[in-house]
Design a protein around this ligand. Structure first.
Ligand code: FES
Ligand SMILES: [Fe+2]
Length: 437
């Protein structure tokens, strides 16, 4: 694989595609780079797969992806979560055609009927007598994802047996997951089976580079900002706006506002920026929700939980998290220039209904095909793919805000949200993953 890559880009290795403040354009389109990313990044990082509540009972399963490889996440009869590849070991047919379902007896391949248990064990073979003494079923189990760990109900898988534990991978970012779970008045978190998703004709990294880019909304989303302002006037002010319109309005905030706002980057390519949508619940909901959280956590922690407002934690390389809006997106690479983004919303038993509705509205506005905002971004991803396919310019700058770091600790670096520091941080992780053979 490395040989192909080296041939295509003139004898340099993958880590040479990244400089301190520049990245080579081939990382967004070269099929050889993409194949190597699937092995070295998606084959090494912890990948968010599913929430416990999606597979509550023995036999429940969902199909997810690690890079371009489909996996089945199942709960076995002992209550343990097992993750196996969605591929029959006979002729390679896909085992599960559905995104979710119930298979208490295991997964039967639709081609010749081989039957596999939740942990991948080959339980039975059709026409077994024809294999007498030539095929031992014990040798033909479906491959299991070797590392599966959960953090507070969120299940991750990793193909690298030597990878550090999940908690090390999450580092400081675990606090966003804590905030999401702590927002539940009972501690119980439920993932909705109804997902909001879209595909775009662009590279998977473009989503990670776009979501917390606070310079682009004033330009790329200018039309929806104007529309939102009109609607705000009609309904009597922005405080009456639902999350979708609140998000559209927030995109119109001046650069000086975003310059004040913090961005936090952390090892592993992860980052988040401060919340800035400012959409509150209605007073009744606020009071009821606050009271429910005080009952669970006490007043001090309840205030802390509700007060933490982070706009999108980017958990590199595969998911983005918004605790305030109870949403997780999975970014799934399909081809160098094709990506799927799948949005999951969460609800909290015991919380006011408005919190669940807000999550759905936010996810609709931020991630569905009905979004009045992301269509701008998706068109620009496509334009970048076209623009970088020709011409002499080999390197793309990512130097905005390079001298503006505000504070650094062992766990994170704080900088203005207008910086491209989070992109540089992603490519530091990219080069580290890709450079190890
Ligand atoms: S391909 Fe699955 S049983 Fe033949
Ligand atoms: Fe955008």
């Amino acid at each position: 694989m490395a040989t192909m890559l080296e041939e295509r880009i003139g004898g340099i290795g993958p880590a040479d595609l990244v400089r301190d403040h520049e990245v080579h354009r081939s990382v967004y389109s070269d099929p050889a780079v993409f194949r190597l990313e699937m092995r070295r990044i998606f084959g090494r990082a912890w990948i968010y797969l599913a929430h416990d509540s999606e597979v509550p009972n023995a036999g429940d399963y969902v199909v997810r992806h690690i890079g371009t490889q489909a996996v089945i996440v199942t709960r076995d009869k002992d209550g343990a979560v097992k993750v196996i590849f969605n591929r029959c070991t006979h002729r390679g047919a896909t085992l599960c055609a559905f995104e979710r379902g119930q298979a208490p007896g295991g997964h039967m391949c639709p081609y010749h009927g081989w039957l596999f248990a939740a942990d991948g064990t080959l339980k039975s073979i059709s026409h077994k007598q024809n294999y007498e003494e030539v095929l031992d079923p014990a040798d033909w189990a479906v491959t299991r994802v070797p590392r599966v760990e959960a953090y507070r109900g969120f299940i991750f898988g990793c193909l690298d047996r030597e990878a550090a534990p999940l908690l090390d991978f999450l580092g400081h970012m675990s606090t966003t997951i804590d905030d999401l779970v702590d927002r539940s008045p009972t501690g119980e978190v439920l993932c909705s089976p109804y997902v909001l998703k879209h595909y775009y004709r662009g590279n998977w990294k473009m989503t990670f580079e776009n979501l917390n880019d606070t310079i682009h909304p004033g330009f790329a989303h200018a039309a929806s900002v104007v529309s939102a302002k009109h609607v705000a006037e009609e309904v009597g002010g922005p405080e009456h706006l639902k999350p979708t319109l609140g998000m559209m309005m927030a995109n119109g905030k001046p650069i000086s506002f975003f310059q004040q706002l913090d961005m936090v980057t952390a090892p592993g390519g992860h980052s988040y920026i401060g919340g800035h949508m400012g959409a509150d619940y209605t007073p009744d909901t606020q009071n009821a929700y606050h009271a429910a959280l005080v009952a669970r956590h006490g007043p001090e922690k309840a205030a802390k939980v509700l007060g933490l407002d982070r706009h999108l934690m980017l958990l590199y390389p595969s998911s983005t998290w918004h605790a305030r809006y109870q949403t997780v997106r999975i970014v799934r690479p399909v081809k160098p220039d094709l990506t799927e983004v799948i949005g999951y919303t969460f609800s909290f038993p015991g919380a006011p209904e408005e919190t669940r509705i807000n999550a759905i509205e936010y996810c609709t506005g931020a991630n569905s095909a009905a979004s009045p905002v992301i269509s701008d971004d998706l068109e620009l991803y496509e334009r970048m793919i076209h623009g970088n396919a020709w011409g002499d310019q080999e390197w793309i700058p990512m130097s905005r805000g390079v001298r503006e770091d505000r504070e650094t600790t062992n766990e994170w670096t704080r900088q203005p949200s207008t910086s491209e520091g989070y992109i540089r941080n992603q490519f530091r992780a990219w080069a580290a993953y890709m450079g190890r053979s």
